[in-house]
Design a protein around this ligand. Sequence first.
Ligand code: 26Q
Length: 804
Amino acid sequence: MYIDKKSIKRDFINELTTMYSEDIKGASNLHKYFALSELVKKYSSQNWMRTNRKYKNTKKKQVYYFSMEFLIGRLLGNNLLNLGIKDVCKQALKELGINLNELEEVESDAGLGNGGLGRLAACFLDSMASLGIPGHGCGIRYYYGLFEQKIINGYQVEVPDHWLRDGNIWETRKENKAVKIRFSGNVRTEIKNNSLKFIHENYEEILAVPYDTPVIGYNTDTVNTLRLWNAEVIDSDFDFDFFSKGDYSKAVEHKNSIESISQVLYPDDSKEEGKLLRLKQQYFFVSAGLQSIIRTYKKMNIPINELDKYIAVQINDTHPSVAVAELMRILIDEEEISWDEAFKITTNVMSYTNHTILSEALEKWPIYMFKKLLPRIYMIIEEINKRFCEEIKNKYPNDNKKLNDMSIIFNGEIRMAYLAIVGSHSVNGVAKLHTDLLKNKELKNFNEFYERKFNNKTNGITHRRWLLKANPSLTKILCETIGDQWIKNPLELEKFSKYADDLNIQNKVREVKEKNKISFCNYARRVYGIEINPYSIFDVQVKRLHAYKRQMLNVFNILNLYYKLKENPSLDIIPRTFFFGGKAAPGYYLAKQIIKFINTVASKINNDKDAIHGKLKVVFLPNYSVSLAEKIIPCADVSEQISTATKEASGTGNMKFMMNGAVTIATLDGANIEIKEAVGDKNIVIFGMNKEEVLNLEKNNSYKSNDYYYSDPRLKRIINSLIDTSLNVSSSEFKDIYSSLLEKNDEYFVLKDFDSYVNAQDNIDKLYRDKNKWQEMCIMNISKSGIFSSDNTIKKYAKDIWNV
Ligand code: 26Q
């Protein structure tokens, strides 16, 4: 949109007056932030309305992205950028004596996600809006997002994330669009007009109220919707039912138990034993989302048997996979469509993305729990399974193993991934290697059964947030050098590769990184009270804490360097600062010990002034979040992507670093492989076992971690330091880490890949010494990052899966 500076100033002052009866002098930054955000909302409100109207009138097919998680981060800066008014707004505010950055910093992150999967959903929303694709998010409005992480005495301490405390300016409550959700009760059958009807009775009914947030596309009039559902008591229940019986506290208890459904995001990003509340959350938002979609289409007089021409639903991992059965329920019980037709519509509508191969992460629900909470849905799943099993028996007569291996219901549990596969027309993995493993290993049976369902969609990231917003200085250089067409078409970043050996451009890219590093050092001094050398190599590993992501491997290399420096203080290495950041699931003890270990190593090294000579520093950044990611990623020289091959489905942090000109040190895992293909072997540092080697070791059980401990004195010393108090903590502090490596045989092959990793790190040190070569690598990484824009990914979903 176009708006001039003068109008912004006027509108902003008006807003401040209307909202708070305050002038610029008197208003707090929080109020200024709200006033500006309100203004941004107003500027986009016409387009939001028009987009909705257009979608309705043209009856264009709509995509609904169903996800338990949307890791949005902050919106003000992003919305200003996408509206194309960030610069003018910055100027206008400056003239009013206000610093836009300071206002942006007041906003709390919408941290409604754990990590990669939630952030991917947010990047996809941005891309769909920016490409003008009618695509909307459907999820839960958690009252508490992912916990805030504090580090106290080196330990992670979880604090509730009260992100709504000051109010959320971006959302609009739509109480008139609320729907009712039914839990528990029983199902009775009845013959009506010669057909069998299912009547759900004695259920508990709760209210789902939507809160809508505009998703503003970049440089377009499209404004899509993120609809998040809030669980509430149906008013009449609260007022009359319990209350009138004179039991006030029971009434309040009842209300609380219902509201608890949208109270908190589960802070686990892999597995957890089947928790009833989580199942309630899943059915709650899925049912609400589907009901509201169907209501819309019925109002538009679209024949229900043509639903699949008008909508597509993407299921983000198994979490919303109950959608398959819920849509069947609506079509059969409410719309009175035959089973066969309903199933055809359902599979045409649904598609499923798998984000993990770790088998313990594939969701399963115990039948007894599921049946009690969702009796009718369970019946439908049973029927889907019965028919599916018939098909298996037809295709593989007398193959009981096949039947058991593929059955949706097995051994007292419902396998949600299998339900999602059977009920969808598309199943995709999130990187080539990952899809390969799904097709040929983890879901091999299903791939053979459904020849064409499986496909790959390598993840992506929105270059608008992760380059334009996070790194305006680099953006400027790119625009000065290759024009600004790459912003609309990120593949054109490729043009920048022409300048890889241009000394002038190399210098500019180096200066930008240096500038970013210096401002991060200032931030670190201000916020954490720590000193960081901006001229050291910034080596960054930020991601969730997990054994398979191997933060331990990183720390082991650091300790190795440290011991080498102790022995030889004049050892010639480029000063390096190792950054870590990431949260551990509160119940994942090993991951929490690793955090304590990193902090223990940090304090040992950082306090050892004499031997280190400023060559080594370790920093754990607390509370890694989207907004912190935007600060640290543009400063990174080295991107750590060191998971055990085959374990990281894709990774998306790897793409963000690359786009900001970091060099990746990586295993051949997830999308690292595709990054390597894009930048070429010269511009990435690869180490460690590949997929075949890992799979072989796993298969023939031949790995013995103890052999490495005994044969490599470096490892012996490092591992001993876990239990010998040389790091100044008690000998039992890290006993779980110790035992995971030696007694439990090092499931993720940290010891096995250690030597190769140390050499790779040594190689990084050498490469960095050749300033020009290093910059060339950085430029190549930036220029090849366009294929990892989520715009590309979304175009493929749109064409291959959604048909929009
Ligand atoms: C499941 C059951 C119970 C409790 C929690 C969960 C749960 C919650 C979140 C399971 C998994 C998640 C999140 C997984 C995730 O973020 N996966 C990542 O997805 C990214 C986007 O595709 C990939 O890039 C990463 O490789 C993958 O780890």
